[in-house]
Design a protein around this ligand. Structure first.
Ligand SMILES: [Zn+2]
Length: 88
């Protein structure tokens, strides 16, 4: 493998690391591009990536479900109330 192709073609462990970073929006565009390129050729990582993004999707969903807007509003009111009581 030439240096140039090594630069673009990452191996599976690097792809997995990129994939994890991409999940948390920590990967830059170059890393994402390299990951996409790897996913085009590598079935195993493609599987891993879809599994991973499904999991993140579920986590995001469950977070939203456990904390609806009116619950947040209630908390805010509670905090305000306690803060006011402390001051008087
Ligand atoms: Zn791979």
């Amino acid at each position: 493998m030439s240096i140039k192709s090594k630069f673009f073609f990452i191996d599976c462990s690097e792809a997995a690391a990129c994939c994890n970073k991409a999940q948390y929006e920590e990967a830059n565009n170059f890393e994402k591009a390299r990951l996409m390129l790897h996913l085009l050729f590598c079935k195993t990582c493609r599987k891993f990536s879809t599994k991973n993004s499904k999991l993140t999707g579920l986590l995001k969903k469950s977070k939203i479900e456990t904390c609806p807007e009116d619950t947040k509003h209630q908390w805010r009111e509670q905090i305000k109330k306690e803060f006011a009581e402390e001051r008087t």
